[in-house]
Design a protein around this ligand. Sequence first.
Ligand code: NOJ
Length: 445
Amino acid sequence: MWGVATAACQIEGAAAIDGKGPSIWDVYSRKRGSIDGGDTPEVACDFYQHFPDDVKLMQELGVKDFRFSISWPRVLPEGTGRVNERGLDFYKRLTDTLFSHGITPHATLYHWDLPQALQDRYDGWQSRRVVEDFGAYAALMGKHLGDRIRDWMTLNEISSFTRGAYGVGKPGQMAPGHSLASERDVNQVVHHALLAHGIACQALRASCPASPRISIAENYSPFIPVLEDPAGVDAACKAFRRENGGILMPILTGSYDLEWMEDHRDSLPEMRPGDMELIHQPLNALGSNCYTGRYVRPAEKPKGYEIIAWSPKFPVAGPTWLHIVPESIYWAVRLVGEAAARKDLPIFISENGCADSCEPDASGLVRDIDRIMYYRAYLSQLLRAVAEGYPVTGYFPWSLLDNFEWARGYSQRFGLVRVDYATQKRTPKLSYDWYRGVIAANRIV
Ligand code: NOJ
């Protein structure tokens, strides 16, 4: 699959139109100082109105697969109960349009836009009540959209909307931006998200008329052995299990990693009987949101590995966290089989991309050769995984359009297509032409 990825809150706009309820991002972004430039997702790319043209852009690009997310407060303005038919209708019109352009929809149920009503009612992800409500929402989507959508992702990047939003003693940068008293409280929030993933898998399987293909889009950390010899690979495997031990490992294996538990022995979440079984649902695939990775080497330490610190001028592609590590995409695939013992699981890249630093030229073209370099380097490493027989099934670059980059607002542009936010004019960038060439030739060009 050659696709593109997006998310509701980052592109749709129409934040209070046709009965949509507010999300935590609508409310959080209005809080002074929370978002660069005071930006909000209120209008974004106005995909809500412009989607027919944007689907045409996808078709011209040649993609056959489109990843988007459903806005929970658009279909359930209060989070539970009353269904907003006009919200549901939007996703029906969107999927119809995709089909008429030969494009398959891949829907994420939760890409960070919790209904504010649930934040107000019980503090959102801090409460275990969210699990049941998420299950009911998933069942509703399966019932109403399951005839059109077969490919589902439950949640997007658990660590980002939990650890990124809830700091210990200081608020996180993601909505709702709360500070919690202890690491244990943060681990509890994560545990609720894991349970929500599990219950959504069950709800979709019970409610979709045709058997759904279910995955989760996770930004687990890949580790790259500095020296690729058996000891180096062993160090990467150890780091992979332990550092991903609190999210990916329970999803894939049914238990928190033992060494991760050792690291968190004073801050483990409350786990009830049956929780780990619920979290450990069968998956049809794993989505990897892969942007960067860390280098490791074996070490004479209790952990058996050392994560190498970034050298001061290590190249980045846009945001300061986005170190350019093309090998990360190869190891993100390989280590799922090798470290987590899930060689059976097909993997697709649910996101990969970078922010460019270019202004359009006089003709409006963005000559984003930095993005082309980035994509070519990462795809070459993904090709290595394919060549070695790993089950790679697809690639969804982030993103089709420049969009609302959360706490960074509109300042960081991740799109293959430039968006002029004042006019909503779309202009394909040079990287769009390049990616079209890749898809047409079905190889790296
Ligand atoms: C991952 C997130 O899923 C997406 O929403 C975000 O825009 C990109 N990373 C880039 O930071």
